[in-house]
Design a protein around this ligand. Structure first.
Ligand SMILES: Nc1ncnc2c1ncn2[C@@H]1O[C@H](COP(=O)(O)OP(=O)(O)O)[C@@H](O)[C@H]1O
Ligand SMILES: [Mg+2]
Length: 311
């Protein structure tokens, strides 16, 4: 007999369940499942106002809890009634066809949509129990607590040292030059870049290779001691070796931070994440333990996407 829990999906390695939340049965989602357990592909979520996400939207030890989040760009409804928790020290992968609202939802988490003219966000988004839209919320501080790494590495046109020191200086995190030096060094070490740059900290950050620039951006993000790191397709501009380094880094960083990564690569989602969320036309169709999503998806749309039938 296998010693894996009875709830483990077929094909999941024993003891591989990083999710501790109780798993509601698919029927709890309120969806009318076919005997196969999968939703018909024809289900159009727009026309099903009662349709809710399949899977475990909630987790224990949530850093973020999002309830009923909608985003509009003018009249364009880009994110539709999404409820989703993000677990502490976990990696959540967001997948789905282009234009399904992944980046838009990601930007809700540190209020980056505030910077987009015409964007309107509603619903409740709590970080450690605090409403991020609350009147007491300091958005600059929020963006330090919830850092972001973009598709294209975007170091400042400053020295490597100053790129990493920027946030700690802005937020007054280092009391002395020695403390700042330590913080720059430890951030570069944690980002796996220290050995490559320690002898040229005064050189310009934009002079590094693409993969090094992305690790510099990660060092800059972690230098302000965030709780969550958002990554929007962080490897799509990188070669396979640089990508592998970032993936290793994600595994290492998830020991300290919650990470939300948008990726177009199913293999990457499967390699780096604990949970996977599948979006379609602005709706969160399904979310669950990554092994389960890839071995036993509960919705035909998820299955069609992960098996490459569309996307
Ligand atoms: N700044 C914007 N203004 C208007 N529409 C936008 C803007 N950004 C995204 N959208 C639209 O919102 C939808 C979701 O986009 P996005 O979140 O970028 O999707 P994804 O990241 O999944 O590819 C798309 O239809 C896109 O065209
Ligand atoms: Mg995107």
């Amino acid at each position: 007999m296998s010693d894996s829990p009875q709830t483990a999906p077929p094909g999941a390695p024993a003891g591989s369940s990083p999710i501790h939340a109780p798993r509601p049965s698919p029927q709890d989602s309120g969806l009318n499942l076919k005997p196969s357990g999968r939703m018909p592909a024809a289900l159009h979520l727009d026309s099903e106002p009662g349709a809710r996400t399949i899977g475990e939207t909630r987790v224990e030890n949530a850093v973020f809890s999002c309830r009923g989040v909608d985003v509009f760009y003018g009249s364009k409804h880009a994110v539709k009634n999404v409820s989703l928790d993000i677990g502490s020290k976990q990696v959540l992968a967001m997948i789905g066809p282009s234009g399904c609202g992944k980046s838009t939802f990601l930007r809700c988490l540190n209020r980056m949509n505030d910077t987009i003219p015409g964007a309107r966000v509603s619903g409740e988004i709590c970080l450690e129990g605090q409403d991020i839209h609350g009147p007491e919320q300091d958005v600059v501080r929020l963006r330090a607590r919830v850092g972001m790494v973009f598709q294209k590495p975007n170091p400042f046109p400053k020295s490597i040292y100053d790129n990493v020191a920027y946030g700690p200086r802005l937020h007054g995190l280092a009391g002395s030059r020695a403390a700042l030096d330590d913080l720059v060094c430890s951030s570069l070490q944690r980002a796996g870049l220290w050995d490559e740059v320690k002898d040229r900290l005064s050189q310009i950050g934009t002079g590094l290779s693409g993969g090094q620039q992305q690790r510099l951006c990660i060092a800059r993000t972690i230098a302000v001691q965030p709780e969550v790191i958002l990554m929007d397709e962080p490897c799509s501009a990188l070669d396979p070796i640089a990508t592998a380094r970032i993936e290793d880094l994600i595994a290492e960083l998830s020991k300290s931070f919650a990470i939300v990564i948008v990726t177009h690569s199913m293999q990457q989602a499967a390699r780096v994440s604990d949970r996977t969320a599948y979006f379609h036309l602005g709706s969160l169709v399904e979310v669950g333990e990554t092994n389960r999503i890839f071995t036993n998806p509960g919705h035909r749309l998820t299955e069609d996407y992960i098996t490459g039938r569309f996307g």
